[in-house]
Design a protein around this ligand. Structure first.
Ligand SMILES: Nc1nc(=O)c2c([nH]1)NC[C@@H]1CN(c3ccc(C(=O)N[C@@H](CCC(=O)O)C(=O)O)cc3)C=[N+]21
Length: 294
């Protein structure tokens, strides 16, 4: 078993991004600028957004965090998004999910200018990704691809089994792994809560992507000897053992699955850290106009 080390890979790529940001500043006189909108007081969301902002600072980006109370209306939020769409000083714009129940996440996603959609959630980016055209790739799948690439894992011809069909991870990951790209060129099975015999499906996988949001859902008996295991789960439980007051668990029972795997990501210290890298890279590309012309 070898570890796919998100700490190591993210630190290395962050150095590269930092240099590119410095070059961007030298040639344009400004820094790449990410704006993150957070609605409400979800503890986990606040932690993630704070981490995104901190990482922007670390690589020399400008970052703005706009925080609204839960009761903001959908119309008010869309008005703000339109203002930021029109602001030439903003390169990337994200609205942290989940949103309160009275706000439709699809309407919010479509209100964001796809040229600033560094989350890669807009239907234009989704469609372009499926067609293998230049686009913003959702941050978590992007981070996973960067991780596989860093370790030189050639997925060509592999049978990939993605567990979970969310818009932000499972669904885009299944598209990306099937593309004629490296990493990619997999035969993909997309499984979800209605899949029959999910255990048998996962057992066929040369590479498993677990993105269901259930602690230790993937157990050792489900994993083929020598499989590559990517754990996207971030399941929080209150704990008195840690300083933060909570403990994170993946969707994979790491302790028992790791000995059977060829490569595996830990939680924490795996995909989560790479997600931030995906976001930073998209923001840099947005600023440079390398995906969509400015
Ligand atoms: N519009 C939107 N874009 C997102 O990209 C988005 C979102 N909404 N909603 C929630 C998910 C989740 N997400 C994570 C980011 C970083 C870590 C991360 O840094 N994790 C660290 C530790 C985190 C901790 O200690 O709490 C790790 O896994 O080692 C995790 C999860 C982005 N998301």
């Amino acid at each position: 078993m070898q570890l796919l080390d998100g700490k190591l890979v993210s630190a290395k790529i962050k150095e590269d991004i930092k240099q590119e940001a410095a070059a961007f500043l030298a040639s344009t006189g400004r820094r790449p600028h990410l704006v993150a909108i957070l609605v409400g007081n979800d503890g986990a969301s606040e932690t993630y957004v704070a981490s995104k902002m901190r990482n922007c600072e670390l690589v020399g980006f400008e970052s703005t965090n706009i925080h609204y109370e839960t009761h903001i209306t959908e119309a008010e939020l869309i008005a703000k998004i339109k203002e930021l769409n029109a602001d030439a000083g903003v390169d990337g714009l994200i609205v942290q999910l989940p949103l309160p129940a009275h706000i439709d996440p699809d309407r919010i996603t479509e209100a964001i200018d796809y040229r600033k959609d560094v989350d890669g959630f807009h239907p234009v980016n989704l469609g372009r990704m499926q067609r293998n055209l230049p686009c913003f790739i959702p941050a978590t799948p992007y981070g996973i691809l960067l991780m596989l690439d860093h370790y030189g894992i050639d997925t060509t011809g592999m049978h990939a089994v993605v567990v979970g069909r969310s818009n932000i991870v499972g669904s885009p990951m299944s598209i990306l792994l099937a593309r004629n790209e490296k990493p990619g060129n997999c035969t993909v099975t997309l499984t979800h809560s209605r899949t029959k015999n999910i255990k048998e499906e996962v057992q066929r996988a040369d590479i498993v992507v677990a993105a269901i949001g259930k602690k230790h859902f993937i157990t050792a008996d489900m994993v083929k000897e020598g499989a590559v295991v990517i754990d996207v789960g971030i399941n929080r439980e209150v704990s008195s053992e840690t300083k933060s007051g909570y403990k994170l668990y993946g969707d994979v029972d790491f302790e028992h699955v790791a000995p059977k795997s060829s490569w595996i990501t830990p939680v924490p210290g795996g995909v989560g850290l790479m997600t931030i890298i995906g976001l930073l890279k998209n923001t840099l590309e947005a600023a440079k106009g390398s995906v969509y012309l400015k």
